[in-house]
Design a protein around this ligand. Structure first.
Ligand code: PLP
Length: 396
């Protein structure tokens, strides 16, 4: 008999994957060109040249056995130093090697941060709708309970009144994601400052730390003119979880990090504690080759311009067709309102036009749907008549 919790989890499958798998099946029937698969957040552009060059150089050198060896469990020292120096330069922080912990992507980073802050059964993590659906298994797997603050659907910033009602002494962490999957919005300075004030006040009231776990795999995917505030600069008890999956288009390489704020309550021990968590979950030693390669081109990104081009087209055309939408400021997602309150039934209907969309209820925000527009621009343009015909079914 296998662990019943995991057996049961199969009944709560990942909705995004389900839509994606439907797309694969449908593509086999009518051809990939004939479906508009807006389901998955899989980057659609090449990795930066500098990343490939770094890999080639490292492999050609053949003088360093660490390349294919086990990484130290907290990450390779020179890589951790390089990450710290880059964050300090870009965001005016003062990280040192000891504050950086290398991980397998943002998923690994968030999973370690959650396990570090959750102590007792019943401890809580608060997040904000709309949210990445995998937060549920990450939090529950770490023994916690996920509380979700309802969305502020006018602008997808934080609904502070609702948030404050969820706070109580069991809350050990708050999980934010900016730029946001699925809404595409960036939390403003005012939002982050108010969040920091509330958490500072509640830490005092409850007499324990409340960690802000800032999930930032889309940090580099912001559109022209949008300034992204660095979350950790607002609040000392912050674990910044980053990934190279989206900025360098290398999700399959599984590489990211947690940066522990140098002024946080546990700054001296947090990375070492993460190392102990890795031992327990068997997720230690992220790939050495990938650590060494990203360290050589830390501040480079893929050519991300196609995402902005796709956003421009979709954000111009869809609202004109009747799909109300908050303006995306980054990522490769947007989150319009569905044309009927039942977003699942809306997304089912969209399949008639070969449009593969993900219902908002998967992100804790019914009445919306997610478009993941990391697809070629010519396909975005070809999909517009399908969106029009779908809208005509509802709006005439
Ligand atoms: N967090 C968010 C908000 C995401 O959208 C994703 C992936 O889509 C992840 C975490 C996991 O990313 P990674 O590939 O870096 O593990």
């Amino acid at each position: 008999m296998l662990n019943s919790r995991y057996v049961e989890m199969q009944n709560h499958e990942n909705v995004i994957r389900r839509v994606f798998m439907y797309g694969k099946k449908r593509a086999a029937e009518i051809g990939f060109d004939n479906i508009f698969d807006y389901s998955l957040g899989n980057p659609s552009v090449a990795a930066p040249e500098s990343f490939h060059k770094a890999l080639a150089e490292i492999l050609a050198a053949q003088d360093d056995l660490t390349v294919h060896g086990y990484s130290p469990s907290l990450g390779i020292g020179s890589v951790r130093q390089a990450v710290a120096a880059s964050l300090n330069r870009r965001f005016g922080m003062n990280y040192e090697e000891k504050h950086i912990f290398m991980t397998s992507g943002a998923a690994g980073a968030v999973a370690h941060a959650l396990r570090a802050v959750l102590e007792e059964p019943g401890d809580e993590i608060v997040t904000f709708a709309p949210y990445f659906p995998e937060y549920q298994p990450y939090v529950e797997g770490a023994g916690g309970k996920l509380s979700v603050t309802p969305a502020c659907t006018d602008d997808f910033q934080i609904h502070f009144e609702a948030f404050e009602k969820l706070l109580n002494p069991r809350v050990k962490g708050v999980l934010v994601n900016t730029p946001n999957n699925p809404a595409g919005v960036v939390y403003s300075v005012a939002t982050l400052a108010r969040l920091a004030d509330i958490l500072t006040e509640k830490q005092r009231e409850y007499g324990h730390s409340i960690y802000l776990i800032s999930d930032e795999p889309y940090r580099e995917l912001v559109f022209e003119g949008v300034q992204i505030p660095y979350t950790a600069s607002f609040y000392a008890n912050t674990f910044t979880c980053y990934s190279f999956s989206k900025s360098m288009s290398i999700p399959g390489e599984r590489i990211g990090y947690v940066a522990v704020h140098p002024d946080s309550d546990d700054a001296e021990v947090a990375a070492a504690v993460f190392g102990q968590i890795s031992r327990e979950i068997g997720h230690n030693c992220p790939p050495s080759l990938m650590q060494l390669a990203v360290a050589r081109c830390l501040e480079d990104t893929s050519d991300l311009s196609v995402y902005e081009k796709n956003k421009e087209i979709l954000f111009k055309e869809l609202p004109a067709l009747g799909y109300g939408c908050v303006k995306p400021q980054g990522t490769f997602y947007m989150f319009p309102r569905s044309l009927e309150p039942d977003d699942t039934s809306f997304c089912e209907r969209a399949k008639k036009y070969e449009l593969l969309l993900v219902p908002g209820s998967a992100f804790g925000c019914p009445g919306h749907f997610r478009i993941s527009y990391c697809i070629p621009t010519e396909k975005v343009i070809r999909s517009l008549p399908a969106f029009r015909r779908l809208a005509e079914e509802y709006l005439g």
